[in-house]
Design a protein around this ligand. Sequence first.
Ligand code: 3PG
Length: 212
Amino acid sequence: MAQDIKKIEAVMCAAPVIPVLVVEDPKKAVPMAEALVAGGLPAIEITLRTPHALEAINAVNTHVKGAIVGAGTVLNGKQYDAAVSAGSQFIVSPGATDTLLDAADEHSVPLLPGAATASEVMLLLERGYERLKFFPAEQAGGASYLKSLSSPLAAAKFCPTGGVSLDKAPDYLKLPNVLCVGGSWIADAKAIASEDWSGIEERARAAAGLND
Ligand code: 3PG
Protein backbone atom coordinates (compact mmCIF):
# COMPACT_ATOMS: atom_id res chain seq x y z
CA MET A 1 0.00 0.00 0.00
CA ALA A 2 1.37 3.44 -0.90
CA GLN A 3 2.20 6.01 1.76
CA ASP A 4 -0.57 8.56 2.37
CA ILE A 5 1.37 11.61 1.21
CA LYS A 6 -1.32 14.08 2.21
CA LYS A 7 -1.38 12.78 5.77
CA ILE A 8 2.38 12.70 6.26
CA GLU A 9 2.81 16.12 4.60
CA ALA A 10 0.33 17.58 7.09
CA VAL A 11 2.89 16.60 9.73
CA MET A 12 6.03 17.57 7.78
CA CYS A 13 4.67 20.92 6.65
CA ALA A 14 3.15 22.01 9.99
CA ALA A 15 6.41 23.85 10.79
CA PRO A 16 10.04 23.87 9.58
CA VAL A 17 11.18 21.70 12.49
CA ILE A 18 9.91 18.53 14.20
CA PRO A 19 11.35 18.39 17.73
CA VAL A 20 12.66 14.93 18.61
CA LEU A 21 12.11 14.18 22.29
CA VAL A 22 13.36 11.69 24.83
CA VAL A 23 10.89 11.89 27.74
CA GLU A 24 11.91 10.12 30.95
CA ASP A 25 9.12 11.47 33.18
CA PRO A 26 5.66 11.35 31.59
CA LYS A 27 4.44 14.08 33.98
CA LYS A 28 6.69 16.50 32.12
CA ALA A 29 5.27 15.63 28.69
CA VAL A 30 2.25 17.95 28.82
CA PRO A 31 4.04 21.20 29.88
CA MET A 32 6.86 20.36 27.46
CA ALA A 33 4.44 19.93 24.54
CA GLU A 34 2.52 23.06 25.55
CA ALA A 35 5.78 25.04 25.36
CA LEU A 36 6.57 23.61 21.93
CA VAL A 37 3.09 24.35 20.58
CA ALA A 38 3.17 27.87 22.09
CA GLY A 39 6.50 28.44 20.34
CA GLY A 40 5.02 27.43 16.99
CA LEU A 41 6.03 23.76 16.64
CA PRO A 42 2.85 21.65 16.70
CA ALA A 43 4.29 18.40 15.26
CA ILE A 44 6.37 16.68 17.91
CA GLU A 45 8.07 13.27 17.94
CA ILE A 46 8.34 11.40 21.24
CA THR A 47 10.83 8.57 20.84
CA LEU A 48 10.10 5.09 22.19
CA ARG A 49 13.43 5.04 24.01
CA THR A 50 12.17 5.37 27.56
CA PRO A 51 9.88 3.14 29.64
CA HIS A 52 7.12 5.76 29.80
CA ALA A 53 7.19 7.08 26.23
CA LEU A 54 3.76 5.65 25.35
CA GLU A 55 2.27 7.23 28.47
CA ALA A 56 3.83 10.56 27.44
CA ILE A 57 2.33 10.28 23.94
CA ASN A 58 -1.07 9.49 25.41
CA ALA A 59 -0.90 12.48 27.77
CA VAL A 60 0.07 14.90 25.00
CA ASN A 61 -2.58 13.54 22.64
CA THR A 62 -5.26 13.86 25.31
CA HIS A 63 -4.33 17.16 26.93
CA VAL A 64 -2.38 19.41 24.55
CA LYS A 65 -4.59 21.34 22.18
CA GLY A 66 -2.99 21.92 18.80
CA ALA A 67 -0.30 19.27 19.22
CA ILE A 68 0.28 16.67 16.51
CA VAL A 69 2.09 14.01 18.50
CA GLY A 70 3.95 11.14 16.89
CA ALA A 71 6.08 8.22 18.02
CA GLY A 72 9.75 7.99 17.01
CA THR A 73 12.28 5.15 17.08
CA VAL A 74 9.55 2.69 16.10
CA LEU A 75 11.43 -0.43 15.03
CA ASN A 76 8.83 -3.16 14.56
CA GLY A 77 5.17 -3.98 14.16
CA LYS A 78 4.55 -4.50 17.87
CA GLN A 79 5.80 -0.99 18.63
CA TYR A 80 3.77 0.40 15.71
CA ASP A 81 0.58 -1.13 17.16
CA ALA A 82 1.37 0.16 20.67
CA ALA A 83 2.21 3.66 19.40
CA VAL A 84 -1.07 3.87 17.50
CA SER A 85 -3.03 2.63 20.52
CA ALA A 86 -1.38 5.33 22.64
CA GLY A 87 -2.71 8.03 20.30
CA SER A 88 0.24 8.67 17.96
CA GLN A 89 -0.77 10.64 14.90
CA PHE A 90 2.34 9.69 12.96
CA ILE A 91 5.15 7.16 13.24
CA VAL A 92 8.86 7.69 12.58
CA SER A 93 11.53 5.02 12.18
CA PRO A 94 15.32 5.40 11.79
CA GLY A 95 15.31 2.95 8.87
CA ALA A 96 12.93 0.52 7.23
CA THR A 97 12.38 -3.22 7.12
CA ASP A 98 9.82 -5.28 5.24
CA THR A 99 8.10 -6.25 8.48
CA LEU A 100 7.83 -2.62 9.62
CA LEU A 101 6.41 -1.57 6.23
CA ASP A 102 3.97 -4.50 6.37
CA ALA A 103 2.85 -3.27 9.81
CA ALA A 104 2.36 0.24 8.43
CA ASP A 105 0.06 -1.23 5.78
CA GLU A 106 -2.25 -2.35 8.59
CA HIS A 107 -2.70 1.19 9.96
CA SER A 108 -4.09 4.49 8.75
CA VAL A 109 -1.59 6.37 10.97
CA PRO A 110 1.18 7.29 8.51
CA LEU A 111 4.83 6.23 8.64
CA LEU A 112 7.86 8.43 7.96
CA PRO A 113 10.58 5.82 7.39
CA GLY A 114 14.30 6.54 7.53
CA ALA A 115 16.82 6.17 4.71
CA ALA A 116 20.44 7.25 4.26
CA THR A 117 21.55 5.88 0.89
CA ALA A 118 20.32 5.91 -2.72
CA SER A 119 19.55 2.19 -2.53
CA GLU A 120 17.51 2.60 0.66
CA VAL A 121 15.55 5.44 -0.94
CA MET A 122 14.96 3.35 -4.08
CA LEU A 123 13.65 0.43 -2.03
CA LEU A 124 11.23 2.75 -0.22
CA LEU A 125 10.11 4.34 -3.47
CA GLU A 126 9.37 0.83 -4.77
CA ARG A 127 7.16 0.29 -1.71
CA GLY A 128 5.29 3.55 -2.38
CA TYR A 129 7.10 5.81 0.11
CA GLU A 130 8.06 9.26 -1.18
CA ARG A 131 8.29 11.18 2.12
CA LEU A 132 11.26 9.98 4.15
CA LYS A 133 13.44 10.79 7.12
CA PHE A 134 17.11 11.29 6.13
CA PHE A 135 18.96 9.74 9.07
CA PRO A 136 21.51 10.28 10.51
CA ALA A 137 21.70 13.47 8.47
CA GLU A 138 24.97 15.11 9.49
CA GLN A 139 26.83 11.87 10.02
CA ALA A 140 25.69 10.42 6.68
CA GLY A 141 27.00 13.37 4.68
CA GLY A 142 24.92 16.42 5.52
CA ALA A 143 23.15 18.86 3.22
CA SER A 144 25.56 18.48 0.27
CA TYR A 145 25.07 14.70 0.27
CA LEU A 146 21.28 15.04 0.42
CA LYS A 147 21.33 17.64 -2.36
CA SER A 148 23.09 15.13 -4.60
CA LEU A 149 20.11 12.75 -4.25
CA SER A 150 17.61 15.39 -5.39
CA SER A 151 18.14 15.04 -9.13
CA PRO A 152 18.32 11.25 -9.55
CA LEU A 153 15.67 10.57 -6.88
CA ALA A 154 13.43 13.58 -7.45
CA ALA A 155 10.25 11.96 -6.11
CA ALA A 156 11.72 11.61 -2.61
CA LYS A 157 11.36 14.50 -0.14
CA PHE A 158 13.00 14.37 3.25
CA CYS A 159 13.04 15.37 6.88
CA PRO A 160 16.79 15.34 7.70
CA THR A 161 17.38 14.42 11.35
CA GLY A 162 20.51 13.66 13.35
CA GLY A 163 23.07 16.30 14.24
CA VAL A 164 20.87 19.12 12.88
CA SER A 165 20.98 22.42 14.81
CA LEU A 166 19.45 25.88 14.45
CA ASP A 167 22.61 26.94 12.58
CA LYS A 168 22.67 23.94 10.25
CA ALA A 169 18.92 23.76 9.55
CA PRO A 170 18.86 26.49 6.84
CA ASP A 171 21.35 24.54 4.67
CA TYR A 172 18.82 21.70 4.55
CA LEU A 173 15.62 23.75 4.37
CA LYS A 174 16.76 25.49 1.18
CA LEU A 175 17.16 22.16 -0.68
CA PRO A 176 14.45 21.20 -3.22
CA ASN A 177 14.09 17.76 -1.62
CA VAL A 178 13.61 18.91 2.00
CA LEU A 179 10.24 19.70 3.59
CA CYS A 180 11.35 20.08 7.23
CA VAL A 181 14.12 19.02 9.59
CA GLY A 182 14.08 17.18 12.90
CA GLY A 183 16.22 17.56 15.97
CA SER A 184 16.57 17.38 19.72
CA TRP A 185 18.18 20.79 20.21
CA ILE A 186 14.90 22.56 21.01
CA ALA A 187 14.06 20.35 23.98
CA ASP A 188 16.94 18.12 25.00
CA ALA A 189 16.88 15.77 27.99
CA LYS A 190 18.46 18.38 30.26
CA ALA A 191 15.93 21.09 29.38
CA ILE A 192 13.04 18.69 29.98
CA ALA A 193 14.46 17.37 33.27
CA SER A 194 15.02 20.90 34.58
CA GLU A 195 11.54 22.00 33.40
CA ASP A 196 12.98 24.83 31.33
CA TRP A 197 9.64 25.51 29.64
CA SER A 198 10.44 29.12 28.77
CA GLY A 199 13.78 28.12 27.19
CA ILE A 200 12.03 25.38 25.19
CA GLU A 201 9.39 27.84 24.02
CA GLU A 202 12.08 30.35 23.03
CA ARG A 203 14.04 27.77 21.02
CA ALA A 204 10.78 26.54 19.45
CA ARG A 205 9.97 30.09 18.36
CA ALA A 206 13.39 30.51 16.75
CA ALA A 207 12.97 27.17 14.96
CA ALA A 208 9.44 28.02 13.83
CA GLY A 209 10.79 31.22 12.25
CA LEU A 210 13.36 29.39 10.10
CA ASN A 211 11.24 29.64 6.94
CA ASP A 212 10.53 33.38 7.36
C1 3PG B 1 17.70 11.01 17.18
O1 3PG B 1 17.63 9.94 16.65
O2 3PG B 1 18.00 11.15 18.38
C2 3PG B 1 17.31 12.15 16.36
O3 3PG B 1 17.72 11.96 15.08
C3 3PG B 1 17.78 13.45 16.90
O4 3PG B 1 19.12 13.61 16.67
P1 3PG B 1 19.86 14.84 17.35
O5 3PG B 1 19.86 14.57 18.84
O6 3PG B 1 21.25 14.78 16.77
O7 3PG B 1 19.12 16.10 16.99
